[in-house]
Design a protein around this ligand. Structure first.
Ligand code: MF3
Ligand code: CO
Length: 254
């Protein structure tokens, strides 16, 4: 399937999906503390999603067994929630969630501190979030896709961290994963020209050490090869003629 340009009506639905997803993240963020399980977060996320008449897009996606991806410390993405995995003071936890509202999708991720964390881990979270905002400075009609990728990579590497190469952002709409793929590093070339009406999930995954990752025996959980920590930040973004519109973001939240 090729890149889709959304109509005004589709954009309205994606705005609504994004607003709800921002609330889902805010509500999950409020329960994060030492002693809760990663399954508690999944339960809260799914409850809020369903309370807004949305469908959790991750549940059963290619066999994924939960509604929220909960990835702790050296887990990069796709951590499977478990009632046995208890968050400890000093952990960092990445939450990735997706909703479908009236057939349209939104996808977003945030990394949270569990209790008091080290300054270095807080810096990893902050640089990851900021790299998204550095990237979307280039997310406007007429620019080329890899300008976003390059800005993310440059910012992350200037701060001494690395961007994951094996996983990328993506177009989004009726499907969670549409074209184009959006690397967080600069490939050869410029990438496609951006056009108003494109909706993109831009999602830097940033490792404190090596960019190399592998997948655990559960076939889902992606972890860093060197066991150093990783953070994730993602929003669904609408390309316009001017500034990009952040569909899954509210300034009073994270
Ligand atoms: N949010 C992820 C992405 O951006 C998808 C999660 S994988 C799933 O691609 F299986 F959990 F859905
Ligand atoms: Co995504």
């Amino acid at each position: 399937m090729s890149v889709t340009i959304k109509s005004q009506h589709e954009i309205e639905l994606m705005r609504e999906a994004g607003k709800i997803l921002a609330i889902v993240h805010d509500e999950m963020g409020k329960i994060i503390r030492p002693g809760i399980s990663t399954m508690d977060i999944n339960r809260k996320g799914e409850e809020v999603i369903r309370s807004y008449d949305c469908i959790p897009s991750f549940l059963n996606y290619r066999g994924y067994p939960a509604s929220i991806c909960v990835s702790v410390n050296d887990e990069v993405v796709h951590g499977i929630p478990s009632k046995k995995r208890i968050l400890q003071e000093g952990d960092i936890v990445s939450l990735d969630a997706g909703v479908i509202y009236q057939g349209y999708q939104s996808d977003a991720a945030r990394t949270h501190a569990v209790g008091e964390i080290s300054q270095e881990d807080q810096r990893l979270i902050d640089v990851t979030r900021q790299s998204f905002f550095e990237g979307i400075r280039y997310a406007k009609s007429g620019n080329h896709l890899y300008e976003i990728s390059k800005a993310i990579q440059n910012f992350v590497e200037a701060n001494g961290y690395s961007v994951v190469r094996d996983l990328v952002g993506h177009g989004i709409g009726k499907e969670m994963h549409e074209e184009p793929q959006i690397p967080n590093f600069k490939p050869i070339g410029r990438g496609m020209k951006l056009q108003a009406g494109m909706t993109l999930a831009i999602e830097p995954m940033v490792n404190a050490g090596t960019f190399e990752v592998w997948v655990l025996e559960d076939d889902w959980t992606v972890v860093t090869r060197d066991s150093k920590k990783s953070a994730h930040y993602e929003n669904t973004v609408l390309i316009t003629e001017g500034e990009p519109e952040l569909l899954s973001y509210r300034e009073d939240f994270l």
